[in-house]
Ligand binder design. Sequence first.
Ligand code: GDP
Length: 838
Amino acid sequence: MSDTKDTTDKGKTLGLRGGGTETSHVRQSFSHGRTKSVTVERKRKRVVVPKKPGAAGSAGGAAGGRNLSDSELERRMKAVQAAKAVEAERSERMRAEEKAHEEEMARLRAEKEAAEREEREREIARQRKEAEEAERAQAEQAEKARSAERPKAAAKAKTEAIDPATAQAAAARLEAGKTITPAGAKTKAPERTDDDRRGKAGKAGDDRRRSGKLTISQATGEDGRQRSVAAMRRRQEREKRKMMGSNEPREKVVREVRVPEAIIVSELANRMAERVAAVVKALMQMGIMATQNQTIDADTAELIVEEFGHKSVRVSDADVEDVIETAKDSAEDMKPRAPIITIMGHVDHGKTSLLDAIRKTNVVSGEAGGITQHIGAYQITTDSGAKLTFLDTPGHAAFTSMRARGAQVTDIVILVVAADDSVMPQTIEAINHAKAAGVPMIVAINKIDKPGADSNRVRTALLQHEVVVEAMGGDVLDVEVSALTGKGLDTLLENIALQAEVLELKANPDRPAEGAVIEAQLDVGRGPVATVLVQKGTLKRGDIFVVGEQWGKVRALINDQGARVDEAGPSVPVEVLGLNGTPEAGDVLNVVPDEGRAREIADYRAQLAKDKRAAAGAATTLDQLLAKKKADENVVELPILVKADVQGSAEAIVQAMEKVGNDEVRVRVLHSGVGAITESDVTLAEASKAPIIGFNVRANAPARESANQKGVEIRYYSIIYDLVDDVKAAASGLLSNEIREKFIGYAEIRQVFKVSGVGKVAGCVVTEGVARRSAGVRLLRDNVVIHQGKLKTLKRFKDEVKEVQGGQECGMAFENYEDIREGDVIEIFETEEIVRTL
Ligand code: GDP
């Protein structure tokens, strides 16, 4: 069956101006020449023709002048639907009703519109809402119209009537950036245009072009207003686009963009103040497919930054730490602070006693019976009113380890030397530490009360170590004291105060606090507690801080007297509560703006420390293991498994094993533990093809059996040196032999021949050593190596020979190399392999 369209619809256009249907006849042909004419209805788009509101009103009035209630509207809708069902019965009633309805609706809406207009003038927001409602109504209406207009008779319905609902809805759309301009009443072809697509809804040119058409805005008589709203929108849009696109160089703000080693795309966009999408696009143009959450490297980031016309500043990963205020304090902000004193000296020379004595003096003179609290440091006030802060951690180990961690928390060192013992090894060490730190010293010659005390011996002994005390004509203050009796303590304190004055120690108390951890521990009741010696600024309750790899919020501050305080200024030691973990002595505490930053820095430092540890050998994550493996590709590893009788020996073996090896060979302890060798050890060893080393332990029966089956070697040792020697030998076996080169001769090319079948042959004279057929050769031209390879032939006269002695002539040709010239020199060398051991 085939359809042949008999276009009989020509001139059959029914008086349809709005939407509706067109009928045509199609002749269907069947087999045996039978045909049948079928009436086909073609639906046409409805044309909404707006009319002046006044006209609409009169039309409405003609239709009966009554208001159309919702229920009626609904009833009519139903009726229309019914009409649709019985398409054949397209009654006059329906047509009339439709027409009346349209007119009534027009009037109704026109009235509504007028009211709304007034409202709009009062409030734009409300107008929009109304418009939305109208659009909804229009949708209903349109639906109704579609169903109603299908009937042929409905085609007669007059469409001149303005449909203000449509107009209003269109107005709403116009506002929303989407405009419908219905065709004019006289336009035959139904037309629906989206003016926004053309973006010229309100332009005069457009109006001219469509002079025959009536636009909604014209129809509603409020084109100026509508246009202004839409235009305003567009203008806003344009401005927004302009701002976001920022492709206009004249508005470009060139930023300094900090580019760390790796940066997330969105963060890079943020730093440039560019749109993320634009950055992703730019990356794409560079051939990098990256989402906004992906990380790109610094080089790529720099290219992007340049692409956007900004300036890139490479910074290290550590830029998360930048929030920590490092700004230098101006001189006028600096206020005097108490000196921080560390007591050092040889063991048993009385450091602790001296510290206690000093503290006691103060407690007694200050608050009688005050509870002393050892928090790692304390502050005292001398009789003259000077404040001194003592670090309650005697010994140079603490001093140095703190310094090693970056915390220089000592202004003055008190070197305690027992008058009865004089200078001892640790005294010398202390002197060296103090000198290394560049910290001034005050010598306290202690135990002066003792019968054998000889302070001059101490002074003389100190001379040998370049500590020249005042009594010896130097500038180092020295005081004779007795921690036991308290003699000379006052003088010592006054001398310290004097020394401090000379140092002019100052700090700015009005800035975010920075301090050093003196001591830290996990307190059962209070959680992690750290004693912090504030160095700059003032630490306050509620401050958010980062300390080493930890962070926290100051919950409470407790001073050396055990009292809660609200803040601690420079040189004041306080216990800090509110940490999320225990830091280490020597860690620096910094107050940061917010918790997020604190967490970020702490995380970054923790990661850094983890990486460091991993780099030190103990790879912790799989990624690190893989990365390490890659880096170590050229290193041959001898894996071993260690089981020992006690932890101490296991650790000693592991340490010894780490030392075996060089750049090429390394011993890797897969696992080390204490106790008998078990089946699981064997399984692990088998997987890595590692031998098991038992130090003073044996394998249990199942492990022995399993090892036999799997061919895992188990070796027993009871002397660590034997073990190390054996492992060394095994590791040596893994060493690739060293290849050494041995020079054997030189030959000079006198002539170059061309021999068919062989190629270029050099006629040479062996000028030094010998020429050997099997040896390696290098071609030198003006002492520059231009080729290295093997000989293809070595001839003496016509014979192929193995060796040609010095002074003799010979013919030589290179394997796969022809560029030889007269005057070139051939270097002949041999290589030998040397077996190496560790
Ligand atoms: P540290 O190891 O340097 O801390 O020394 P200590 O403070 O523990 O003192 C070691 C010993 O020396 C202790 O028995 C003290 O009682 C004693 N001692 C400390 N200072 C004096 C002192 O000035 N005179 C006397 N006679 N003994 C002292």
